[in-house]
Design a protein. Structure first.
Length: 121
């Protein structure tokens, strides 16, 4: 079955201009995300260490990225230690659905309780 959600680490593939954080967070280890989604972009090299870009068939986009909790910003730890990720997009619920669908399509363990995966702030 073909994936419905495109995932990229290249900003020239998916234009995410104007996206922002809407309060949804996902808690997964970095290496799990790499296994499911592939290598992330290096992002801005300052407040963000890793970012994945998503687009659904309707053209809606989303991002998954760390924010000020990795070695670029704190000067401590490793990217591999990051477990808390922000979901960005143009609209909160659409962005979260896009990211969650991409994870499910790529084989995330369906036995992970949703409460353990999502963090709403």
């Amino acid at each position: 079955m073909k994936n419905e959600i495109e995932v990229s680490n290249d900003w020239t593939d998916i234009n995410v201009d104007g996206t922002c954080f809407h309060g949804n967070n996902i808690r997964l280890p970095y290496l799990t995300l790499v296994e499911l989604l592939g290598e992330p972009s290096d992002s801005d090299g300052y407040k963000v260490d890793a970012e994945w870009l998503f687009k659904d068939k309707a053209g809606n986009v989303a991002t998954l990225y760390n924010w000020k909790n990795g070695p670029n910003y704190t000067g401590q730890g490793r990217v591999e230690d990051i477990k808390h990720w922000n979901v960005g997009g143009h609209e909160s619920s659409t962005s979260l659905i896009i990211v969650m669908r991409a994870l499910v399509e790529r084989g995330i363990d369906k036995n992970i309780p949703l409460a353990d995966l999502l963090e709403n702030t």
